[in-house]
Design a protein. Structure first.
Lengths: 561, 162
C-alpha cells in the first residue's frame, strides 16, 4: 500500500483511537494538516501553542485518556514547552507532534528551525526525531504506549516536512523496539504483607494520597482501604478527588496550604502510607521534621519517586490500583479487631485539631474569594469539573470545593503554570461535553491565556470562567505582605481590562458581582447559562490563603488566620 | 553519610541523542560525572557506557533509578561492590632530551608501557592500567616534563566466576 507519511500518521492515530487533536498549523506540518482535514478526527484550533498542550492535558485528565497535539516547527514547538513541562510534572499522558524542517536542512539554521528534541528532552518522558517515513508508524505506536503506561507523561514526536510528505510502500509495524521498557505494575507481595501488619499494629495511622491514585483509577480501592482499616486520609493537591471530600475520614489537603488537622496529623502519626505521591517540597516543608514519629510506607509506580525526598521504611513499587486491591485482600485475611475502638484516641485528637482551627473565613461587606468558591460548590452540588489557574485562586478552589470524585479537579500542580485553567477547561469540556466545567481564575492568571476565549466560542463550548478579581497577583502579594513588609513589588494590577466588556467582545456572556449579595445571583445566572461565560467577582484585595506553612518550615508550624 | 565512588556500566540503545539524554540527566539533577567512556559493543544495536560518579548512597541509588527510567537505557550495572576488572588508558607526550631518554625508557619498561611515537625531543607513551598506576607514572614523568596528555575514563567489566 502506497502511503505518504501524513497518511500513515492518520492511519495510526485512528488505530490508537484518537478522535480529537489540539493544534495550530504552520509550514512544516502543512502536509499533515491537509491529510487531517480529510479524516473525521476533530481538530481544535487553539490560539497559542502552549494552550494546545494545556487543552490536551485537560482533555486527558477529564477523560482519563491520552491527549494529542499538533504544532509546527520553530516557534510552534518552543511555545509548547510550557505546556509539556506542566504535563510532565503532573504525569499526564499527552502525545505532541511537532513539525520540523526537511531532513536535509536540519542543522542549517533553516527558517523556523529549532532543535526541538534537544529543547524538550528534559521535560518529556521520551521524545523522537523521525528521520525516515518508514519509522513513523512504529514510533507513533511506541509514543502512545510510553505516554500512557507506567508513570504516564508527555511524549514528543518531531516530524521533518519531507518525512510527512514522502510516499512509501507502507507495511504495518510488527513490534516496537522498546527493549527494556517494562513498568512494574504488580508489587512485591512480601513487602505488602509487611504493610498489612504495620496497619494492624498502628495506633495512629495516616494515608497520604496523591495524583497517582487518580492516574491509576484507584479511588475505589483507596476508599475501601481507608474505610476497612479505619485510617484517616489526607491528599496532595494532585490527589484531590481520589477520596471523597465529604467522607468523615477525610482530613483535607496536606502541605503549604493544607488544613491544620492534616498537617498536625503528619507530626503525630506513627504510620504514614504514601500512595501515588512524590513527597514534593510543598507537601513536606522541612523534610527532616516531616512525619518524625512515623514509619513510612511509600507506594508508587515510579521507583525514582521512592527515597528521592524522604527516607522510607517500606518501599512498594507498583501500580496504585493493583497494589491497593492486593493490600485490601491481605487485610481481609487479618483479624483487625475493633479498629474504631483501638484508634479512638487518634480520632479524638484529630477532632480536637479540627475544632481548634477549622478552615474558615468571615464574610462581611466585601466579597470574600472563599465565599465565591463556597457558593460555587453549593450551587453545582460538587458535581462540576473545576480547572484552576495558579496562585490564590488555585488554593481556594482546592480548599473550598470538596471533591468527591476523581478527574474533577484539574490544576497545574507541579509546574504551577498560570494560564493553564482556561485551555484545560476547553479540553475538559470536549472530553466531557455533558459536564459543567468551571475555570476558577485570578485577574492576573486569566490574562495569560485569555485569547483562548476565542477557541471556546468557536467550538461552542459553554465553559465558565470565575474570576476572583483582587486587583493583584495575589499569592506573590501575600508573600510580600507576610515576608517583605508589604512592599508590593510589581504585584499590583491596577490597570486591568473590563472583563465583562472583554467577554462580550469575544462573543461570550460577561457578568459581574461587586457586593456579597450579588454573588449567588451572578453564579446562578452564569453557571446555568448555555453559553461561554466570564463571571467577574470583585473580591477583598488583601485576603490571604490560610493556613500557610512558610517555605522551608516544618508543616506543623503553620500561620493561622 | 559519606560520598562514595561508583563505577556504573550502562547498556544503551546505539542511537543518536542517547549520550545527551544521559549527560542531561546528570547535569539537570546535579549529579557528578567523574569520567565517561562510550563505544559500540559487538551487538551493533547497543553501546556500553562506563561512567564513574560520586555521591552519598541515596544519591547513587537515585542515579541508578533515574538511569533505568530512561527509555533508551537497557541495563544499568553498579560494578562497585562486585568483582570487576577496570582499566584506563593514557597517551602521554613527554619531553625527551638526550639526557633523559634512557631514564624514560626505563620507566616505560618498568610500567610495561609502549612508546608509540618518537621525535627528536619527545616520546609519546601509551599506558594502560588502573588509577594508581596512572598516578605513579605521571609522578615519575612530571619532573622530566610532560608536554601533553590524553586520558580515557575507566572502562570496566564484571569478573566471571573462576
Amino acid at each position: 500500500m502506497k502511503l505518504t507519511g501524513a497518511q500513515i500518521m492518520m492511519k495510526v492515530l485512528k488505530e490508537e483511537g484518537v478522535d480529537t487533536i489540539f493544534g495550530y498549523p504552520g509550514g512544516a506540518v502543512i502536509d499533515i494538516y491537509d491529510e487531517l482535514e480529510r479524516t473525521d478526527i476533530r481538530h481544535i484550533l487553539v490560539r497559542q501553542e502552549a494552550c494546545a498542550v494545556h487543552a490536551a492535558d485537560g482533555y486527558a485528565r477529564a477523560g482519563g485518556r491520552t491527549g494529542v497535539c499538533l504544532v509546527t516547527s520553530g516557534p510552534g514547538a518552543t511555545n509548547t514547552v510550557t505546556g509539556i513541562a506542566s504535563a510532565y510534572m503532573d504525569s499526564i499522558p499527552v502525545v505532541i507532534f511537532t513539525g520540523q524542517v526537511p531532513t536535509h536542512l536540519i542543522g542549517n539554521d533553516a527558517f523556523q528551525e529549532v532543535d526541538t528534541v534537544g529543547i524538550t528532552r528534559p521535560c518529556t518522558k521520551h521524545n523522537y526525531l523521525v528521520k525516515r517515513t518508514e519509522d513513523l508508524a512504529r514510533i507513533i505506536k511506541e509514543a502512545f504506549l510510553i505516554a500512557s503506561s507506567g508513570r504516564p507523561g508527555p511524549v514528543l514526536i518531531d516530524i521533518p516536512k519531507n518525512v510527512s510528505a514522502n510516499t512509501i510502500d507502507y507495511k504495518a509495524p510488527k513490534k516496537n523496539k522498546l527493549k527494556s521498557y517494562k513498568p512494574t505494575y504488580s508489587p512485591n507481595v512480601k513487602q505488602l504483607q509487611r504493610v498489612a501488619e504495620m496497619i494492624k499494629d498502628s495506633q495512629k495511622p495516616l494515608i497520604f494520597a496523591g495524583g497517582g491514585v487518580i492516574l491509576s483509577k484507584a479511588s475505589k480501592e483507596l476508599t475501601e482501604l481507608a474505610r476497612k482499616a479505619q485510617i484517616p486520609l489526607t491528599a496532595s493537591l494532585m490527589g484531590l478527588g481520589g477520596f471523597p471530600g465529604t467522607d468523615p475520614l477525610w482530613l483535607g489537603m496536606i502541605g503549604m496550604h493544607g488544613t491544620y488537622r492534616s498537617n498536625m496529623s503528619t507530626g503525630e502519626c506513627d504510620l504514614m502510607i504514601g500512595i501515588g505521591v512524590r513527597f514534593d517540597d510543598r507537601v513536606t516543608g522541612k523534610t527532616d521534621a516531616f512525619a518524625p514519629k512515623a514509619k513510612i510506607v511509600h507506594i508508587d509506580i515510579d521507583p525514582t519517586s521512592i527515597r528521592k525526598n524522604i527516607p522510607v521504611t517500606v518501599p512498594v513499587v507498583g501500580d496504585c490500583k493493583i497494589t491497593l486491591a492486593l493490600l485490601n485482600k491481605l487485610l481481609d485475611k487479618e483479624d483487625l479487631g475493633d479498629l474504631k475502638k483501638k484508634r479512638k484516641k487518634w480520632f479524638d485528637q484529630i477532632d480536637h485539631w479540627k475544632s481548634t482551627s477549622p478552615q474558615t473565613y468571615n464574610q462581611k461587606d466585601v466579597i470574600k474569594p472563599q465565599y465565591v468558591v463556597d457558593k460555587l460548590y453549593e450551587l453545582t452540588k460538587g458535581e462540576a469539573i473545576i480547572t484552576t489557574e495558579v496562585g490564590q485562586n488555585q488554593m481556594w478552589a482546592a480548599q473550598y470545593y470538596h471533591f468527591d470524585k476523581p478527574n474533577h479537579f484539574i490544576t497545574s500542580g507541579g509546574l504551577g503554570c498560570m494560564g493553564f485553567g482556561l485551555p484545560a477547561a476547553i479540553g475538559a469540556q470536549l472530553a466531557c461535553p455533558d459536564k459543567l466545567v468551571v475555570d476558577v481564575a485570578g485577574d492576573g492568571s486569566i490574562q495569560m491565556n485569555i485569547q483562548e476565549m476565542t477557541t471556546a466560542i468557536q467550538c461552542g463550548l459553554p465553559v465558565k470562567v470565575v474570576i476572583l478579581n483582587n486587583g493583584h497577583l495575589g499569592m506573590v502579594r501575600q508573600w510580600q505582605q507576610l515576608f517583605f513588609d508589604k512592599r508590593y513589588a510589581a504585584t499590583c494590577l491596577d490597570c486591568a481590562p473590563d472583563f465583562v466588556k472583554l467577554a462580550e467582545a469575544y462573543g461570550a456572556v460577561g457578568l459581574r458581582a461587586t457586593k456579597p449579595e450579588e454573588v449567588v445571583p451572578v453564579l446562578k445566572k452564569g453557571l446555568f447559562s448555555k453559553k461561554t461565560v466570564i463571571m467577574d467577582f470583585v473580591v477583598e484585595k488583601e485576603e490571604c490563603v490560610y493556613p500557610m506553612v512558610p517555605a522551608g518550615a516544618p508543616v506543623t508550624e503553620m500561620l493561622l488566620v | 553519610m559519606t560520598e562514595e565512588k561508583h563505577v556504573l556500566s550502562i547498556i544503551v540503545d546505539n542511537e543518536p541523542g542517547v549520550l545527551s539524554r544521559i549527560a542531561g540527566l546528570f547535569s539537570g539533577r546535579g549529579f557528578n560525572i567523574e569520567s565517561l567512556c562510550v563505544a559500540e559493543t559487538t551487538e551493533p544495536l547497543v553501546s556500553r557506557i562506563t561512567l564513574v560518579t560520586t555521591g552519598e548512597p541515596p544519591i547513587i541509588e537515585q542515579i541508578e533509578k533515574q538511569l533505568n527510567k530512561l527509555i533508551n537505557v537497557v541495563k544499568v550495572h553498579d560494578l562497585t561492590g562486585t568483582e570487576f576488572v577496570h582499566r584506563e588508558m593514557a597517551l602521554i607526550k613527554v619531553m625527551a632530551k638526550a639526557e633523559h631518554r634512557a631514564e624514560i625508557l626505563r620507566i616505560v619498561d618498568i610500567f610495561r608501557c609502549k612508546v608509540v611515537d618518537v621525535s627528536l625531543d619527545h616520546y609519546t607513551i601509551e599506558v594502560t592500567g588502573d588509577e594508581g598506576k596512572m598516578k605513579a607514572i605521571l609522578n615519575l614523568l612530571k619532573p622530566i616534563g610532560i608536554k601533553e596528555i590524553a586520558k580515557t575514563g575507566i572502562i570496566a567489566l564484571i569478573r566471571e566466576a573462576r
